[in-house]
Design a protein around this ligand. Structure first.
Ligand SMILES: Nc1nc2c(ncn2[C@@H]2O[C@H](COP(=O)(O)OP(=O)(O)O)[C@@H](O)[C@H]2O)c(=O)[nH]1
Ligand SMILES: [Mg+2]
Length: 692
């Protein structure tokens, strides 16, 4: 590893790049490092050479899967660049990146505009109150439109978005921009480094530019009384003063400056880099960090107290385990021993480094607020805090998104089960949004994540890193049974053999309860026909027996059992005999009580562009979905529907191909409903076959 200089807190900017998949984030981050002279050549996502898309899985798939860390030294600052994936299957990576950033750049493609991934990742950033800028990328592409894209940004992301530059031309004629602060034009020279010549504003743009500048200055002035007064008095406003008011307003979430350019050509990259340094807070100016349930304030100073958050763990072949972390307080030096308070583990910091994509440069120390990487921690995982053993503190972890897609997996070769179990557990430590476990009701190992692509990527990792293969199948559906009418009957157990016999006899009435009410028992025995001590045993017998329903062996739920008559034998009656009698009564009576199969129903929300509404609705229909309602969200429609879980297998993949990746869905368990007869017949037939 090469070595690098230590950067001090006031000069650090931690910036997360986020937005819809394919909007140009990775290309922009790569361009930033190239323009700053950090890298010798331009990387290309398509060729697998982009700085932050270097893992085998990313070069295979040709899009970001992991968050990637790089840095650019620019105008005396060290900008830590956190590139995140745009596909919502990997939203966990975005959330992790946002957790350790002090500001964000939302990348929006000037051709496709604001898409669902833009809005979701914007919301993740907004949830933490990060100051944000917007970069309208792909200005060099045919059909690029800054005006249209800006209108969408205002309508869907925030009405407080405001251009700080306006493009000169677009598509193949994208020549430059007008900087609304300096009121100068930047005419690009080409060559990939974003070099430009500063000129006067072209005549034909003068009117439009004046209007935009006025809008910008008015917006900024409105954020500060003194500045507003000076503006209204017609004073010449000092540039530094305007920028500092803008930076403060951004921190309060009142203004979101909008830039434009092309990551592919590097044009426009210098302007946004300048503003990242000028407008984004350093860790010292960022929102205060509270640790240990809000009890300890962590300052981005030497005195700290020392606290660092691990936000990403990777384990690449040949490299081993790497932990990426942000220092929130204190200084981390090479050789230091830290405490992981959550796991009571002591960890030594060896080969402390900073990352440039796949490369690492060794550093002696990381200043408060900086982002670094350390190899081979023993027992520290994503989301953990590292602190000084002398002053243990725990930072707030990362609020991972809810996972709702699952698959069942099975070892392809026997004997691999343990390796698979260990591998899946390791993958969870790297990526907490990926979980797994054995489900005893289903009799399957279930993996869970944010979408099928997320699950498949983790299974690819399992094979690549742990050398085991699994096959996948649909998770078994946890059907239930219930009864639909009242019925009654007898359960009698009598056995006579050699010495003492067995005798139990009960009369039981079963009646349906409301969905979700579970099981109830009523004792209506009179005159001690069943001795008091045996009544709870009858209850137990019924309850145990109901774990296997009478149609297909699924638990039978939502019913009440009333025992109202019976008989006993002074010698032969026993707990066992009455339990068996209860069980027999249940099986007989339940079969008479109109048993039906219930299936789990999910409440599904699909967000899709209007153009695909027809396809989405048709498909939901085929999946036996019941549409509850629709509403519009920007240019998109949100459809709410109840869909049986059995029909949602591989739904996110189906939705992706149906809508070219433009629609997404979420789902949530809603409750159980009766299956239609043809489905019930299939379930029963399948259970019969499996029993044989
Ligand atoms: N013409 C042009 N192509 C771009 C630009 N930015 C990215 N691309 C291309 O668009 C595709 C997606 O870019 P990428 O950086 O991977 O997007 P991400 O998913 O947001 O990281 C790649 O093929 C890039 O080469 C741009 O500003 N102009
Ligand atoms: Mg990317």
């Amino acid at each position: 590893m090469a070595s690098a200089a230590v950067s001090e807190t006031a000069n650090i900017r931690n910036v997360v790049f986020f937005g819809h998949g394919g909007s140009g984030k990775t290309t922009l981050v790569d361009a930033t490092c190239y323009v700053a002279g950090m890298t010798k050549r331009r990387g290309d996502v398509e060729k697998g050479t982009a700085l932050t898309d270097f893992t085998a899985e990313e070069t295979d798939h040709k899009f970001s899967i992991n968050l990637g860390v790089a840095h650019a030294r620019w105008k005396g600052a060290k900008i830590n660049l956190i590139d995140t994936p745009g596909y919502l299957d990997f939203l966990g990576e975005v959330v992790a990146g946002v957790r350790v950033a002090d500001g964000g750049v939302c990348v929006v493609d000037a051709v496709s505009g604001v898409e669902v991934g833009t809005e979701r990742t914007w919301a993740a950033c907004a949830a933490r109150g990060l100051p944000r800028m917007v970069f309208v990328s792909m200005m060099d592409r045919d059909n690029a439109s800054f005006r249209r894209t800006f209108a969408e940004i205002q309508a869907t992301l925030s009405g407080a978005a405001i251009p700080v530059e306006v493009p000169i031309g677009s598509g193949p004629n994208f020549k430059g921009i007008v900087n609304l602060f300096s009121e100068k034009a930047h005419i690009y020279k080409g060559g990939g480094k974003g070099d430009y010549e500063e000129t006067d504003i072209p005549e034909d743009l003068a009117n439009g530019v004046a209007e935009c500048r006025e809008g910008l200055i008015e917006t900024i002035a409105a954020a500060d009384d003194a500045l507003l007064e000076a503006y209204l008095e017609g004073e010449e406003l000092d540039r530094e003063r305007v920028l500092s008011v803008l930076a403060a307003a951004m921190r309060r979430g009142e203004v979101f400056p909008v830039f434009c350019g092309s990551g592919a050509t590097g044009d426009g990259v210098r302007a946004i880099m300048n503003k990242l340094v000028e407008l984004m807070p350093s860790p010292a100016d960022a929102q205060p960090e509270l640790a240990s349930n809000g009890e300890v304030e962590i300052a981005a100073t030497e005195a700290g107290p020392l606290a660092a958050l691990v936000f990403k763990t990777t384990s690449e072949p040949q490299v081993g385990d790497l932990s990426f972390f942000r220092v929130f307080g204190g200084r981390v030096t090479n050789g230091l021993t830290l405490l992981n308070p959550g796991r009571a583990a002591s960890e030594r910091v060896a080969h402390l480094g900073i990352a440039q994509g796949a490369q690492r440069m060794e550093v002696d120390a990381l200043a408060p607020g900086d982002i670094g990487v350390v190899a081979k921690l023993r027992d520290t995982h994503t989301g953990d805090t590292l602190c000084s053993p002398a002053k243990p503190v725990t930072l707030d972890g990362i609020e991972w998104p809810r996972t709702d897609v699952s698959l069942a997996v099975e070892a392809q070769s026997r004997g691999d089960e343990d390796k698979i179990g260990n591998g899946l557990a390791k993958l969870h430590e790297e990526d907490p949004t990926f979980t797994s476990g054995y489900d005893s009701e289903r009799g399957q190992t279930i993996i869970r994540g944010l979408g099928e692509m997320h699950l498949n990527v983790n299974l690819e990792r399992l094979t690549r890193k742990y050398g085991v293969r699994v096959s996948t199948e649909a998770p078994r559906i946890p059907y239930r049974e219930t009864i639909t009418k009242e019925a009654e009957g007898q359960g009698r157990y009598k056995k006579q053999s050699g010495g003492r016999g067995q005798f139990g006899d009960c009369w039981v009435r079963l009646r349906p309860l409301a969905p979700g009410d579970g099981y109830g028992f009523v004792d209506k025995i009179k005159g001690g026909v069943i001795p008091t001590k045996f009544v709870p045993v009858v209850d137990k017998g019924i309850k145990e027996a109901s774990k296997k329903g009478v149609l297909a062996g699924y638990p039978l739920v939502d019913f009440e059992a009333e025992v109202y008559d019976g008989s006993h034998h002074s010698v032969d009656s026993s707990d066992l005999a009455f339990q068996v009698a209860g069980s027999i009564a249940f099986q007989r009576v339940a079969a008479e009580a109109g048993p039906v199969i219930l299936e789990p129903i999910m409440e599904v929300e699909v967000e899709t562009p209007e153009d695909y509404m027809g396809e989405v609705m048709g498909d939901l229909n085929q999946r036996r979905g019941r549409v509850l309602g629709m509403e519009s969200r920007g240019r998109r429609q949100v459809v709410k529907a109840m869909v049986p879980q059995a029909e949602l297998y591989m739904y996110s993949a189906a939705l992706r191909s149906l809508t070219h990746g433009k629609a997404v869905h979420t789902r949530q368990f809603s409750g159980y409903e009766r299956t239609p007869p043809h489905v019930a017949q299939q379930v029963i037939a399948k259970a019969k076959k499996e029993a044989e």
